[in-house]
Design a protein around this ligand. Structure first.
Ligand SMILES: NC(=O)c1ccc[n+]([C@@H]2O[C@H](COP(=O)([O-])OP(=O)(O)OC[C@H]3O[C@@H](n4cnc5c(N)ncnc54)[C@H](OP(=O)(O)O)[C@@H]3O)[C@@H](O)[C@H]2O)c1
Length: 339
């Protein structure tokens, strides 16, 4: 059997363009015991794949893809054929072989830091793609970052960057619901206004409007107690300067560094001087919390106190545009490709 897949055509040295990716027909091997054949229905478009498209990947992370390799990413699909007793044709499943029409998936294989293991999804009354967004990895990441890693407190003044994106928009609303004063930043005036008007942030700024440190100081004249970092680089530097003593940083991601070389901040001594805690995490290690996240986020989605937005691209032929648009801030909320 043959499937179309989005493959790496050339390693980008800086900005990814659609020319670095190409749709290719790939052969699918016959099913072995323990495997299922899945027809993908929704692809999660995530920034982290960019880390694997260059000639090298950050040490400690997943290895770079080689030219000709199919991209991988979280996806939902319908089981077409099964050689595993726990999965039947017609089951909705999540797995890590996105960016293709069909995939042969082994139930035994973990992947993407634990987030990509083959799992049956009971979508109940929710739109199935929400299991890639607020009820899936994006919701888990926002929840874990705030409640398990940051140890968020109602009295906190919290800054959340890339706050109009998939993780950031949920984190912003959960922090607001928790009683925090939330400062949210994003890459356009329209997004910044939306963060206050629709998501409930106390204040917001467009990081293009000047020096990030000055914009943050204006938004938080008394400093911040915690920072949810989705961006890294200049944003991380600004947070270290603005954090109050005993402040906390959650290093969720560093998208500003994914397409450029990363240099160490020159103000790291602030961590010592102000007794700051800086902690990274991978949401895939917290999969045991999915039920709690789905109950917390799901009840808020149901009663309308949590808004979820999506940027949807139709067809595998548009997955490369979706990824390039995501990396360039042209999408809002969860970015998805519908097959
Ligand atoms: N730790 C984990 O387990 C985990 C899991 C999922 C995601 N993440 C990380 O969480 C972050 C958000 O992921 P997501 O899936 O929710 O993506 P997203 O926020 O929906 O999309 C990424 C956003 O980043 C912003 N951005 C791009 N380049 C930027 C730059 N140079 N400076 C500032 N902002 C920039 C863009 O919005 P603007 O218009 O605001 O620029 C873009 O929309 C990423 O860093 C990702 O790698 C971590």
């Amino acid at each position: 059997m043959i499937s179309r897949a989005l493959c790496l055509a050339a390693h980008p040295s800086e900005k990814l363009t659609t020319e670095h990716l190409e749709l290719t027909d790939i052969p699918l091997a016959p099913l072995l015991d323990g495997e299922v054949l899945v027809r993908n229905t929704w692809l999660s478009i995530d920034p982290s794949i960019r880390l694997r498209l260059g000639e090298s990947a950050p040490s400690g992370y997943l290895p770079p893809l080689r030219i000709g390799d199919a991209l991988v990413g979280l996806a939902l699909g319908i089981v077409v054929e099964s050689r595993h007793e726990d999965f039947r044709p017609g089951d909705l499943v999540s797995h890590m072989h996105g960016y293709r029409d069909f995939a042969v998936v082994s139930a035994a294989a973990g992947g993407l830091g634990g987030a990509g293991t083959l799992t049956r999804i009971d979508a109940h009354d929710w739109p199935q793609q929400w299991y890639l967004g607020p009820l899936g990895s994006s919701g888990l990441t926002a929840y874990v970052g705030l409640f398990e890693v940051m140890g968020i407190r109602p009295s906190d003044t919290v800054w959340i960057s890339a706050a109009a994106g998939a993780v950031g928009s949920i984190a912003t609303q959960l922090a607001v619901h928790h009683g925090c004063t939330v400062i949210a930043s994003a890459g356009s005036r329209r997004k910044a206004d939306h963060l206050v008007d629709a998501l409930g942030a106390s204040s917001s700024f467009d990081y293009h409007d000047g020096d990030v440190g000055s914009l943050l100081a204006q938004a938080a004249p008394d400093g911040i107690d915690a920072y949810f970092d989705n961006v890294g680089g200049s944003h991380f530097i600004a947070a270290l300067d603005a954090l109050n003593p005993e402040g906390r940083v959650v290093m969720c991601g560093a998208i500003s560094t994914y397409e450029t070389s990363n240099t160490l901040p020159s103000n790291l001594f602030q961590i010592t001087a102000k007794s700051l805690s800086v902690r990274g995490f991978r949401a895939g290690s917290f999969g045991h919390l999915y039920d709690r996240v789905r109950s917390t986020v799901g009840s808020r989605l149901a009663n309308g106190t949590l808004i979820h937005e999506e940027s949807i691209y139709d067809g595998l032929e548009h997955a490369s545009t979706a990824l390039v648009d995501l990396l360039n801030g042209r999408t809002t909320g969860k970015t998805l490709c519908r097959l």
